[in-house]
Write a protein that binds this ligand. Structure first.
Ligand code: BF8
Ligand code: SF4
Length: 641
């Protein structure tokens, strides 16, 4: 790969070149040598039974009225594409929700005081979410209303939360967090999730050979499972993490490979679940650990993060971001990483091969995510001996400092950032004293200083130039007075590019947005956390609806969603719950239904009539942004503002 074609980021280009000089292949090189299958790419390859794979590419002379394509069993391109699409939803919803379940389990053992490694940190948030799970926060005694014991509330919240994954009857309690009209709409459409696990299992059943053969009915289940992710598993993950580890508030830090320090022990934490990373952060800050590092000749311990774990420990502790999804191999190629600690999701198996070329210890920590390579060390992390596990990992990294080779090369690039926004801090900065908490934000949207709000999120994808889509889309939006909320790898990309600072408003924003950012002192791009924290975007939208003046439901708001460089199944699940929540959502890179135009039209057009939100696809990032801006303008017009 030519480094200049592979990424817009200088540090990334430098490290790709270094990898090539050292004869180590990275995803950027494999992107050149490994071509994607053009039929799978279109979503029309079915391998759900062994009579296939049945491959139905879009013919050159495609004629919709005479589309006779079918598999051995007769499945049409629409059926196959819809089945594949909702299996992606199932994969994504499972990943987010199983992460949420792990957090809920730790939460419950903390509430029951079975572990002293974790405690309830944010009581205010506990009391805020309790009613949504049907847990009372007060008791009546002798005619007086008294506050209920916090420990008791916490245990009940934990138990009720766990039930969301597998209750026998009823529906998800947590859907009560959505605006009422949205909830009623889901009810009318018959897509209220019963419990999180069941909706995912039902996708696997319905897409098994010979079951559901109507793309509309398949999508109904896709929508239902995605809602169980966004308003269920992901939202519970965010809220319970906030209660256990603290609700984020804005703080300063730095981003990009340049945060690694040559004279420090570098521990890079990579993955998704803060249950592990929180403990490593606490441990690495202990004076005895720092002293131990010094005894081994280092000046201290430098933690940094990759992927969503990076966002989690950034937003709560200010730990710097080392890089995005596509920079995971490059971090090791600096030669300065003494340990890379991984848990679940978005971890390249090739990091083990790269680690072999250096002194880096690669430590896997999760029972469901191991590697076959023999240099991967498995230290299973468990909430019951979390402190010991974390100490073992940190000591291993410190002991490894002395084994560094001569060939350390850390690119100097890093950018200052302000991160750690959330529903609460947006309220603090853009709230008002009358008419609801988001009044000032709504007021600025109504008076046009802020044209609209966009959620720009999601992955990097080695098939497109690293960060180019992310940065072009976001810059075009803020230039046109659209406030951007970001999570996931888009947040890291924006951080590296210097867009997460209040000062960037003057340079990159249109006059209206610049004025608001300057007055309030916020960046034009607000970092809201990891991918499960897209639930913060849903809740912020709900607050905007509640504050009034912009319609009655999320679908009335001048807002849009985007994932310019998506690659994961999680992104499809997110996209689908955002659409089902009433938000127009544009994806870049490729769209996995291109081989089934009728089904694709269902997603891009018909869905709007059902949910007020719909999918779209645009690979060109400037056009991509303008599709969003045009949608925002249409919503403004409909509101008469
Ligand atoms: O959950 S944005 S590449 S890191 S999947 Fe993965 Fe995509 Fe990054 Fe986080 Ni989200
Ligand atoms: Fe082919 Fe049908 Fe089997 Fe899919 S389920 S592989 S379309 S025969």
């Amino acid at each position: 790969a030519n480094p200049q074609d592979a990424s817009i980021d200088a540090a990334t280009q430098i490290m790709i070149k270094r990898a090539q000089d050292l004869g180590i292949d990275t995803c950027f090189d494999r992107n050149v040598t490994l071509k994607p299958c053009s039929i799978g790419n279109q979503g029309t390859c079915c391998k759900n039974c062994s009579m296939g794979p049945c491959r139905l590419p879009l013919p050159k002379d495609y004629d919709e009225a005479n589309d006779t394509r079918k598999g051995i069993c007769g499945a049409t391109a629409n059926t196959i594409a819809a089945r594949n699409f909702i299996r992606m939803v199932a994969g994504g919803a499972a990943a987010h929700s199983d992460h949420g379940r792990s957090v809920a389990e730790v939460f419950l053992s903390a509430a029951r005081k079975e572990t002293d490694a974790y405690q309830i940190k944010d009581v205010r948030k506990l009391l805020e979410i309790a009613p949504f799970l049907g847990v009372a926060t007060t008791v009546e005694k002798d005619g007086a209303v008294l506050d209920r014991d916090i420990d008791e509330i916490a245990v009940e919240v934990g138990e009720k939360a766990m039930e969301e994954w597998g209750k026998a009857e009823g529906e998800l309690e947590y859907l009560k967090r959505a605006p009422k009209p949205r909830y009623e709409l889901w009810k009318k459409q018959g897509v209220l999730p019963r419990n999180i696990d069941r909706e995912i299992v039902e996708i696997m059943h319905r897409t098994h050979m010979g079951v559901d053969q109507d793309y509309k009915n398949l999508m109904k289940q896709g929508v239902r499972a995605s809602i169980a992710d966004g308003w269920g598993g992901s939202m519970l993950a965010t809220d319970l993490q906030d209660i256990l580890f603290g609700t984020p508030y804005p703080l300063a830090s730095e981003a990009n490979l340049g945060v690694l320090k040559e004279d420090h022990v570098n521990i890079v934490i990579h993955g998704h679940e803060p249950v592990l990373s929180e403990m490593i952060v606490t441990t690495a800050q202990k004076p005895e650990m720092v002293a131990y590092a010094k005894s081994k000749g280092a000046k201290g311990i430098q933690l940094s993060g990759i992927c969503c774990t990076a966002n989690e420990i950034l937003q709560r502790h200010g730990v710097p971001l080392c890089g995005t999804f596509l920079q995971q191999e490059l971090a090791i190629i600096t030669g300065a990483v003494d340990a890379m600690v991984v848990d679940i999701q978005c971890i390249f198996q090739n990091v083990a091969n790269v680690a072999k070329c250096f002194h880096t210890k690669l430590i896997t920590t999760h029972p469901i995510a191991k590697m076959e390579q023999d240099n991967a060390i498995h230290i299973e992390f468990d909430e019951h001996h979390a402190v010991e596990d974390a100490e073992k990992i940190v000591r291993m990294a410190i002991d490894n400092f002395a084994n560094r080779g001569a060939e350390v090369m850390i690119p100097r690039q890093k950018s200052p950032i302000i991160a750690g926004f959330g529903v609460e801090s947006v309220e603090y900065h853009l709230g008002g004293t009358f008419r609801g908490s988001y009044y000032t934000l709504n007021d600025n949207i109504i008076n046009g200083r802020i044209r609209g709000v966009a959620g720009v999120v999601g992955c990097n994808n080695a098939r497109v130039k690293h960060n180019e889509g992310h940065i072009t889309v976001v810059k075009e939006l803020i230039k046109n007075d659209v406030l951007v909320l970001t999570t996931g790898c888009n947040a890291i990309a924006c951080a590296m590019e210097g867009l997460l600072t209040p000062e960037s408003a003057k340079v990159f924003c249109g006059p209206g947005l610049a004025e608001v950012c300057e007055t309030v002192g916020i960046p034009p791009v607000l970092h809201l956390g990891s991918c499960v924290d897209n639930s913060r975007i849903l809740l912020a939208a709900t607050e905007v609806v509640k504050a009034g003046g912009l319609g009655n439901d999320i679908s009335d708001l001048p807002v849009a969603g985007s994932a310019p460089e998506w690659m994961s199944e999680k992104a499809i699940s997110i996209g689908q719950y955002v659409v089902a929540s009433g938000i127009y959502t544009v994806f870049g890179a490729v769209f996995p239904t291109a081989g089934a135009p009728v089904f694709q039209r269902y997603l891009f057009e018909e869905m709007e009539k059902m949910y007020g939100g719909m999918w779209d696809f645009e690979a060109d990032p400037v056009k991509h942004a303008w599709k969003m801006i045009n949608h925002i303008d249409a919503k403004r017009k409909a509101l008469g503002i």
